[in-house]
Write a protein that binds this ligand. Structure first.
Ligand SMILES: Nc1ncnc2c1ncn2[C@@H]1O[C@H](COP(=O)(O)OP(=O)(O)OP(=O)(O)O)[C@@H](O)[C@H]1O
Length: 350
């Protein structure tokens, strides 16, 4: 049976959205979606007028929709944002080279400048080379650590101080669940604090520190897919060729099956997240890595530790489940530890 749109009451509904089960027609869905993203930005002070903003652009649906909507809001509300696409080329043939072509297409379609930075420029390693040394089991750990830092470096290069990524509500729930399932208390606490402190961090942080913001955090993956589909946006839909081996994939599947049984599981996880309050005082204050100068909670950042292990041909040893105690606060360069905890890093750029 066809339903009428619960917003305008005139057209037939095409999509069911949000927690309150609203059935919306295409036009009202666009309004709902854009308004949700706009309210997130305004209510959480994510972006300021006139700022230069780096948009992490992977060519996938999330970052494509993010770039499209930020451009639209910029024009609609005269924010005078200086929007840039920032792409990281991990060096994965048959995947990233193709998705980068989609980003180039977005650059032309949306008339936005694009800056690309590669792992080979930054680390002298491509992910294909990393995988040929360490195999396919822990490669996402390397990729996650390198990408997080590469996005920061790219944001610095284009002289922006804010990085917007396409993480959505499903991604955030997935990260929380993943850290919980692994028993990674440190990472769990940090992700909870990062999500809940976004508002405070955005307005308090000094202007030199890169802020990471997630304007799509209140919209669901299925809404993003529908938005891209109805707007006919061009995006790259293939999954990373190395991703099927990541533990994160199991958390994603688990979440999807929970949603099938109980459609509000994701929003309930996010609600629980917003209710958790953790002691801020336990987080380490960011300092500079003594090797590369990146912000790090340790003397030497994880990217430098992993890169050193690869250079020594010991990449496999670098990631060990048991290696929890290794990132010692007092590490000096001559004592670079050999292992990085897999649980704290895998593909976890949120
Ligand atoms: N290679 C990359 N270059 C630039 N930004 C990236 C890259 N990979 C990921 N990101 C940023 O991180 C966000 C989340 O990345 P993730 O790997 O979870 O991809 P995703 O959920 O499939 O998103 P998308 O659909 O945008 O690829 C992306 O939306 C994008 O903003």
């Amino acid at each position: 049976m066809k339903r009428l749109c619960s917003h305008c009451g005139k057209s037939f509904a095409n999509i069911l959205v949000g927690r309150e089960d609203k059935y919306l027609c295409r036009c009202c869905f666009f309004e709902y979606f854009e308004d949700t993203v706009h309210r997130t930005i305004v209510e959480e002070c994510l972006l300021q007028p006139g700022e230069r903003i780096a948009i992490g652009a992977s060519g996938g649906k999330d970052s494509t929709v993010l770039a499209y909507v930020l451009k639209l809001l910029n024009e609609r509300y005269y924010y005078n944002w200086d929007l840039w696409l920032l792409s990281i080329d991990e060096g994965i043939q048959g995947y990233r080279d193709d998705s980068l072509r989609t980003v180039e297409q977005n650059r032309d379609d949306y008339n936005l400048p694009l800056y690309t930075l590669s792992y080979s420029e930054l680390y002298n390693w491509t992910m294909d080379q990393v995988v040929s040394q360490i195999g396919r089991k822990s490669n996402c750990t390397f990729c996650g650590v390198f990408r997080r830092q590469a996005l920061d470096k790219g944001t610095e290069k284009i002289q922006a101080n804010v990085l917007a990524t396409g993480h959505n509500a499903d991604d955030i729930a997935e990260t929380i669940l993943l850290n919980l399932l692994r028993g990674d208390h440190a990472r769990f606490s940090r992700s909870v604090m990062e999500e809940n402190a976004n508002y405070r961090m955005s307005i308090d942080s000094d202007s030199k520190k890169i802020r990471r913001v997630k304007p799509l955090k209140r919209v669901y993956e299925k809404e993003i897919v529908m938005y891209a589909y109805f707007k006919k946006l061009k995006y790259f839909a293939t999954e990373c060729i190395y991703a099927p081996f990541a533990y994160r994939g199991h958390a994603r599947e688990y979440l999807k099956s929970l949603e099938r049984i109980r459609p509000h599981s994701i929003s309930d996880i996010l609600y629980s997240l917003s209710c958790i309050s953790l002691e801020d005082s336990k987080t380490r204050v960011g300092q500079q890595c003594i090797r590369c100068g990146s912000i790090s909670s340790q003397n030497i950042c994880k990217a430098c530790l992993l890169r050193t292990s690869l250079d020594r041909g010991q990449g496999v040893l670098a990631v060990k489940r048991s290696g929890m105690a290794i990132l010692s606060k007092n590490t000096v360069e001559s004592e670079i530890p050999q292992t990085v905890s897999e649980s704290s890093t895998e593909s976890n750029i949120s």
